[in-house]
Design a binder for this molecule. Structure first.
Ligand code: UD1
Ligand code: M6R
Length: 371
């Protein structure tokens, strides 16, 4: 049931304030006057000891689910106290990469049925790792075959392009980082700021959804382009990959997410007056580096569109050069949840304007059950 929406993708994008609330329901505890703020993940409570003692935590997924893990990686690195690595399921299988008994392997999958991820799970089980699932589908193969896990509870996702599951997956992995980190004194202020940020996140997502019309206007400008680059780094490297994935899979436009730190190692050669480039430059520890990327793109007459924190258009666009997308500012590790939304909207409007099938892009299936 699409309700008042024309497409499931559109409905699912606009549903995110509610889906995020459901994801967090009963799992964030603000506590009374003297009680600390904490996270409760019922499905993992008997396993945290093992997870904290593991030699490494390896996140495994495909497509958008892999990107979600990549988006949460910085906060997992910071808080978990265990080395964190990432694997694309098919690549892990191609390489028969190392998975050990002392590892915790976390399988991220909206459907819980993706063949590559499922096969990587069988492989990790054979190798004796503790296997954890993060899935949206109760009773799915991944939910059943993992030792334990977390349901993201985002509600059914029908559109082939994953949107609300992505933001809920990031939130679950941020909660996972908080829970694994436990109540270390040194990180208490940081943890509480993240928990406050999580409580407020649905409101901030509602705010960023107001960019709908602005993204539609941007889509009109970009409708006939051959290609679109998205530059990100740090917390928002994954946002660049995910934004580009949305544009290519539904709008059928070539799009590439690029790690901004790699710009001078090749991509800079592509820059000219015609190729549109979105640069994600919201306020965080990488901000000044992104400012310098923007300057260098302008110096080569690049067609730059900057995503920045609200009120910061002047510091990212000196002299009013280029277009800006201003988004609400949230805690750095949660910013990917906000920043992906305008890119989801852009991909959606581009698709409709270009006349393609939004919910069933050609050649794709919602759940990829063959290899
Ligand atoms: C559970 C209930 C929820 C109830 C809540 C009350 C289910 C599905 N969830 O939620 O309805 O409101 O208790 O406390 O009945 N699991 C895996 N692999 C996965 C995902 C989950 O093994 O990929 C396991 C978990 O380890 C857990 C169970 O499935 O044993 C349910 O997980 P989850 O729904 O996340 O647990 P709760 O949030 O506690
Ligand atoms: O169900 P899963 O999360 O395991 O699916 C993984 C990918 O197939 C999926 O995210 C795909 O990349 C989406 N169509 C992206 O929107």
């Amino acid at each position: 049931n699409k309700g008042n929406y024309e497409h499931y993708m559109q409905k699912e994008i606009h549903e995110q304030p509610e889906s995020l609330k459901t994801t967090m329901r009963g799992r964030l505890i603000r506590g009374g006057s003297c009680k600390a703020k904490t996270v409760l993940l019922g499905g993992l409570k008997d396993h945290f000891k093992t997870i904290r003692r593991s030699r490494r935590i390896v996140f495994i997924g495909c497509g958008t689910s892999y990107n979600a893990a990549l988006a949460a990686r910085p906060i997992l690195d910071e808080l978990s106290g265990v080395p964190v690595t990432m694997e694309i399921a098919s690549d892990l299988l191609d390489r028969q990469g190392p998975i050990y008994r002392e590892d915790t392997a976390v399988f991220v999958s909206q459907s819980g049925e993706t063949a590559d991820t499922l096969q990587a799970l069988e492989y990790a089980l054979e190798n004796g790792a503790l296997c954890v699932g993060i899935t949206n589908t109760v009773g799915s193969a991944i939910a059943r075959h993992t030792h334990c896990g977390v349901h993201i509870n985002a509600g059914a996702e029908i559109g082939v392009a994953s949107t609300k599951a992505y933001t809920s997956q990031i939130v679950v992995m941020a909660m996972l980082a908080l829970a694994i980190g436990g109540d270390t004194i040194s990180s208490q202020t940081r943890r509480e700021a993240i928990i406050d940020g999580l409580f407020d996140l649905p409101n901030k997502v509602r705010e960023v959804l107001n960019l709908d019309q602005e993204m539609k206007d941007l889509a009109k400008l970009l409708i006939a382009e051959q290609s679109l680059l998205v530059f990100g780094r740090g917390y928002n490297y994954a946002t660049a990959l995910e934004g580009a994935l949305k544009v290519k899979e539904v709008a059928l436009m070539h799009s590439e997410g690029i790690l901004a730190g790699e710009m001078k190692h090749g991509p800079l050669a592509l820059v000219d007056e015609n190729l549109p480039i979105i640069v994600i430059a919201t306020r965080d520890s990488c901000f000044s580096k992104q400012q310098s990327v923007i300057q260098q793109l302008h110096a080569r007459k690049g067609r730059v569109i900057v995503m920045c924190s609200k009120g910061e258009a002047v510091s990212v666009c000196p002299g009013g050069l280029g277009r800006v997308i201003e988004v609400p500012h949230v805690e750095d590790c949660l910013q990917p949840v906000i920043n992906v939304v305008p890119l989801q909207l852009l991909a959606y409007h581009l698709t409709v304007l270009r006349g393609y099938n939004v919910d069933q892009p050609r050649n794709l299936a919602k759940s990829v059950t063959t290899q």
